[in-house]
Design a protein around this ligand. Structure first.
Ligand code: PLP
Length: 342
């Protein structure tokens, strides 16, 4: 099976599995709710150091790290600003409202990316009628934007605006390493410009479970309380945190392969007359629009019969996501099957 539905479907390699035993044996595990799991602590420190942040918090999912960040940054009745296509708004089950009692002011972005100017225009004036604007959430790369990457100058403009207007700035960095590997800014550049960052280990990095929330010591102290409330305090979490450590040490550079695989397949898809439109392919995601919903269903079904799974993001839009379980040979097979189909 060639599974292009998401980069979450990766399974640990034998090397990763063995590190999930070896690393905890070396560093030790313990009760992480008590803060006593040395392997979890190591993972948190590693990521915090990479991004130049003070502290980290290991959580079961990226939805949880985002939702914790939103809760720590806001009070009920506040408003946050994000793109209409953002994961926090679109794909987290209404958590902004139900977990934090916050509402979202959504901005129509350019492939999921919003600008400082748009944000400035969306900040509410100080007036009893209006919710208090408190937080801005960005996503880099943007999933629904087809893996689009933020320009660093725009990020700096947004940082400057948020500082001026006393807004917190959170990054949903589920795929931040996909952005970093393709751009001229570093993890530390990103860390300098955000108040909190969520990093997923279970996407392109290939770990089975886990995300880490980064921020100041004070922020992470509060986040730890919220994690407990959300039921995300884990005990001997080191066994899964170890997969994250392995992923950071081994699976960052190779993200380039996923990006070149995506570009290779995209070039073939572009030749097809049944494809009306395709978002520019910057990283590991291809999102394209098929001429009709029927044709989209038919193409998806055809691929499935060839043992190729892919996702639909709307009736006519399809998504291919490349990841470390997709080999060069699989890419060639996908291309071959696409070429046969009309
Ligand atoms: C996958 C993803 C998340 C988190 O997803 P979980 O499945 O909860 O780990 C957050 N943001 C974006 C943009 C994502 O793609």
């Amino acid at each position: 099976m060639i599974d292009l539905r998401s980069d979450t479907v990766t399974k640990p390699t034998p090397e990763m599995l063995s590190s999930m035993i070896q690393i905890p044996l070396l560093l030790g595990v313990g009760d992480d709710v008590y803060g006593e799991d040395e392997t979890v602590i190591k993972l948190q420190e590693l990521l915090a150091e990479m991004f130049g942040m003070e502290a980290g918090l290991f959580c079961p999912s990226g939805t949880m790290t985002n939702q914790i960040a939103i809760k720590v940054h806001t009070q009920p009745g506040d408003e946050l600003i994000c793109s209409d296509n953002s994961h926090v708004y679109k794909y987290e089950g209404g958590g902004i409202a139900s977990n934090s009692g916050v509402q979202a002011k959504i901005i129509q972005g350019d492939r999921g990316r919003i600008t400082a100017k748009q944000i400035e225009e969306s900040i509410n004036a100080e007036d009893v009628h209006f919710p208090t604007t408190r937080l801005v959430c960005l996503e880099n790369t943007s999933n629904r934007g087809g893996g689009s990457i933020y320009d660093f100058d725009e990020l700096k403009n947004i940082r400057k605006l948020c500082t001026e207007k006393k807004l917190s700035l959170h990054l949903d960095g589920a795929r931040i390493f996909n952005a970093l590997i393709e751009s001229d800014y570093s993890a530390k550049d990103i860390g300098e410009n955000f108040d909190s960052i969520s990093v997923c280990l279970s996407k392109g990095l290939g770990a089975p479970i886990g995300s880490v929330l980064l921020g100041t010591k004070e922020f992470i102290y509060k986040a730890k309380r919220v994690r407990k409330v959300f039921g995300g305090g884990m005990r001997q979490g080191g066994f899964i945190a170890a997969a994250g450590i392995y992923a950071l040490q081994n699976n960052i550079e190779r993200l380039k392969d996923d990006h070149s695989h995506a570009k290779k397949v995209a070039a073939v898809l572009k030749q097809k007359s049944f494809i009306k439109e395709m978002l520019p392919v910057e990283t590991n995601i291809i999102i394209f629009t098929i001429i009709t919903a029927e044709k989209a269903n038919h193409f998806q079904e055809y691929l499935k019969q060839q043992n190729i799974l892919c996702g639909k993001v709307s009736a006519t839009q399809m998504r291919f996501v490349f990841h470390l379980d997709i080999t060069e040979a699989m890419v060639d097979e996908v291309i071959e099957e696409i070429e046969k189909y009309n």
